[in-house]
Ligand binder design. Sequence first.
Ligand code: NAP
Length: 503
Amino acid sequence: MAPRYDAVVVGAGFGGMGAGIQLDRLGLSDYVILERENDLGGTWHVNHYPGLAVDIASVTYSYSFEPNPYWSRLFAPGAELKKYAAHVADKYGLRRRMRFGVVVDGARWDVDQEHWVVTLAGGETITGRYLLTATGFLSQPYTPPFPGIESFAGKIIHTTAWEDDFDLTGRKAAVIGTGATAVQLVPEAAAKVAELTVFQRTPIWVVPKVDVPIPAAVQKLFARVPAAQKAARMVNTSLLEAVMVLGVLHFDRARPLNRAAGLLAKAHLRVQVRDKEIRRKLTPHYDFGCKRPTFSNSYFAVFNRPDVRLETESIDHIEADGIVTADGRKTEIDTLILATGFDLWDVNFPAIEIIGRDGRDLGKWWRDNRFQAYEGITVPEFPNFLSLNSPYSYSGLSYFTTIEAQMKHMGRLFGEMRRRGAQTFEVSEAANARFLAEVTERLGSSVFYAGDCSTARSYYFNPHGEAALLRPNSTVSTHRRAVGFPLADYTFGSGAETPARSA
Ligand code: NAP
C-alpha cells in the first residue's frame, strides 16, 4: 500500500521549513509539516518575552539563499525573526503543507509497507515514505520541581509562555535562572518592576554586544546589491567560525584566545558593576565556552540598581508569598518568572517516540548505548528517517549552518536514491560507528574535555557527562562532508524488499 505522503516532517521551525524547501527541490513535493503550536516559526513563535533578540548577527542567522535586506539592527529583535519565518513560508509555498495544533505522539517504521506510520495525539495516523523530525533542541520548557511551587499565590510565568498583556509594572518579582534568556529579560523586567531578585545558581559569561541599528541606506544597498549583504555575511560567519573552531573546538591549541574572551567578559563586568562582592558572585569559575556565552550591554549594570538584588543562596522551597533559600531567608514576591530553560536530555532526544526496525526504540537505544547519529542526521535500523536535531548535529554557532548542511546531505542522499530508482535508505552500523569514534576523538581537544567545565552545569553535556550536542568540526568541513560523504555508508532498497545490510 502506498503511503499517503512522500514525507512527514515534524516541526515548523526553521529546521522543518528548510527540510520542506529541500524536499520540493528534490521533487518530493507531496509532504506534510506537522506542528504542535498554532503557527510556524518554532522557537521564534514560542518565545516572545521582553528583550528577545538574536545573539548571532542577522546577516548570518538566516537562510543563505533567502537573505533579508531589511533587518532593523545588527542583532534583530525576536519579532523580526518570526516575520522572516512567515515570509519564507509564504514565498516557498510551505504554509499550505503545514498542519498546526497537531501533537505527534510517535512514529513507527512499518517493515512490510516500508513506510513510516505517524501517530497523532487523538489516534489519527498518517503514513509517509520518509520521516524527518525537526523538533528543535530547545523546545521542551523546563520547570524545576521546587518544593511548594504549587502553593505560590502570585503569578508564575515561564519565559516560553510569556503573556504579552502581562504588566510587570510595580511588581515584586523574582527571576530564577541566569542563562541567555534571563540575560535578555532581566534588564527589561528591572525597568518596570518595583523590586527584582535574580536567583543565580551558576554565573554566566557575558561579553559586550556590538549592536547598532542598520540605517535605511544600508538596507537599500543590501536590497539592490545582494552581493554586499553576502559579503557582510561572509565576514561575520568567518569571525564566528574562528571563535568556534579556535576558542571551543581546538581549545588545547588556542587557550590564549579562550582566555582573552574570558578577560573581555571580566573587564566588561568590572566596568559595569561597582560592588566588588557582586562582581565576585557574577564571575564564572569554568572556562569560557563550556556553556553558551551571552552578549549584553545592559545585564550586568542592572545589579547596580537599589531595587535589584542578586541572590546566590540555593532555593530550598517556595511558599505562597515568596522563595525561601537554604539559609532560611524568605524573599517576598508576587511574581515568579522562570527563566529556567529547557529539558534537552531527558525528554528531547528524541522529542517523540520513534520505533525503527525490529522494534528498536530510538530514545531507549540512545540511552542504553550512547547518544549518536551518523553525520548528526541518520541512525542505523531507522530506514528512511532523518533526525535533524540529533546528537552531534549542531555545527557552528548559527543554527542555519546546521540546517543548510543537512539540506545538502538530503540533496546527496535523495539524489543517489533517484539515480538508483531506490525507495529506501539506511545508514550502516559501520559508518555510524566510524562517525561516533571520529567525533569522540575530536572532542578530546575541545574546551568540553581539555578545559575546565566541572562547575558549568552546561546543557551541552548529557547526564553521562558526554558533550554530545555540538559537532566538533568546522562548518566548512561539515558542509564539505554533506556533499561528499561516502554513498557506500548507506544501503539502498528498491522498495520491494528490505535493503541489503552492510557488514
Ligand atoms: P539555560 O541556559 O538552560 O538557563 C537556565 C537557567 O535556569 C540556568 O541559569 C540554570 O542554572 C537555571 N536553573 C535551572 N534549574 C534551576 C534550579 N533548580 N535552581 C536554580 N536555577 C536553576 O536556558 P535559557 O536561558 O533559556 O537559554 C537556553 C539557550 O537558548 C541558550 O543557551 C541559547 O542557546 C538559547 N537562547 C538564545 C537566545 C538568543 O539568541 N536570542 C536567547 C535566549 C536563549 P544552572 O546554570 O545552575 O543550571
